[in-house]
Write a protein that binds this ligand. Structure first.
Ligand code: ADP
Length: 349
């Protein structure tokens, strides 16, 4: 028997004890009763058996109950629901087996929890490091310009307006970073409530193109709707958040595009979803970067990103918004040829 229950153990113990007493009575001819016959031996057997069973069962129950209760108390401070189920120890069950199973499961959960906490701690440190690094650059330049102005530059018409403009640009950048950080933290904490309704995403893309036309013109990049996609596509989503997704993706296609390039947006009807595809013929991304592209502050080329006014948070925000919609985003890219981002939206009924 691999895992005898306490009741079976008590039964065995009682059986052995009763057998020994009966045997002793038989061999030594010392009878507990006046007459030594089979009836007296049966009575002795029965009494010994019952007494031993009760005593063993009682001791085992108390021993196991006390010890196990202690183990369970420890586990149950963590796993409260189980405590109710184990208020009373069921002696017919395989308690030792159950406890060892529970303890193993508990230990595994604890190990997983610790690994997860360690991961979060590393992530938190990395994130704080990144945030302070990002903030440091504009703060130091504002500090530099202000000091130069205070130390006499204010009276020099050659530099005063120029330095003030540069300080203002650095303040703009600070605001951009703080806005993006705020958006991420709201999305992560689930504080951002989606205002979902039915709208035409094709129409929204036209609005986004109009708002970014000047920026695209600076690099002579054409913003176009793919052939066959120039019609209404109704989706059910938070229009302003999806506008943010589209703006981030189109701005990236301009920032990392080539002069005289093109950005296309296409829509595909996929039963319950509309697939939106944003394609550019820009600088492209080396495949080694693709898996980390949506991480906060991840940039392929840090200096190019900063030069273009990027915070490194845009794609992370995009991913968060789509995940809040229970949708996903993917990227395909060929280095030197171009990049395509595709995401889905729920089709309106
Ligand atoms: P950033 O503010 O740096 O643009 P994002 O999160 O928007 O941050 O993008 C992360 C990185 O992904 C960028 O720094 C850039 O290297 C790369 N990237 C994003 N979009 C494109 C694109 N369309 N073409 C090439 N590279 C891109």
């Amino acid at each position: 028997m691999k895992n005898p229950t306490p009741r079976i153990l008590s039964l065995f113990a009682a059986l052995i004890a009763a057998a020994i007493v009966v045997l002793a009575e038989y061999v030594t001819s010392v009878s507990l009763f006046f007459e030594k016959n089979w009836i007296s031996m049966l009575v002795v057997f029965f009494i010994t058996f019952t007494a031993t069973f009760i005593i063993f069962n009682y001791l085992l129950e108390h021993f196991i109950y006390r010890k196990i209760k202690l183990i369970y108390k420890t586990i149950n401070t963590y796993k409260d629901s189980k405590s109710k189920a184990l208020e009373k120890v069921d002696l017919s069950a395989d308690i030792i087996g159950n406890v060892s199973k529970e303890v193993t499961e508990w230990q595994k959960n604890r190990t997983d929890e610790i690994t997860e906490l360690k991961k979060m701690e590393t992530f938190r440190k990395e994130f704080l490091g990144n945030v302070s690094h990002e903030l440091k650059t504009p703060i130091f330049s504002i500090q530099g310009y202000l000091h130069t102005l205070l130390e006499g530059g204010i009276d020099d018409p050659e530099v005063n307006v120029n330095y003030l403009n540069r300080a203002a640009a650095a303040v703009e950048r600070l605001c951009l970073i703080v806005d993006d950080l705020e958006a991420i933290s709201k999305l992560e904490s689930g504080e951002m409530v989606l205002d979902q309704r039915t709208f035409d995403v094709h129409d929204l893309v036209h609005e986004v193109f109009d708002s970014l036309e000047l920026r695209a013109n600076e690099r002579k990049i054409k913003l176009e709707i793919k052939e066959g996609s120039d019609r209404a596509f109704f989706v059910y989503a938070d229009k302003e958040r999806i506008r943010q997704v589209l703006v981030n993706l189109v701005v990236n296609s301009i920032k990392y595009g080539k002069d005289n390039g093109r950005t296309f947006i296409g829509f595909y009807d996929m039963d319950a979803h509309i697939l939106v595809e944003v394609t550019d013929n820009g600088i492209g991304i080396d495949p080694i970067h693709l898996s980390r592209l949506f991480e906060r502050f991840y940039r392929v080329d840090k200096s190019r990103s900063r030069e273009q006014g990027g915070t490194g948070l845009g794609l992370s925000i995009v991913k968060h918004i789509l995940e809040a919609h229970k949708q996903s985003i993917n990227v395909r890219s060929t280095y030197g040829i171009g990049t395509t981002f595709t995401f889905t939206l729920k089709k309106a009924n």
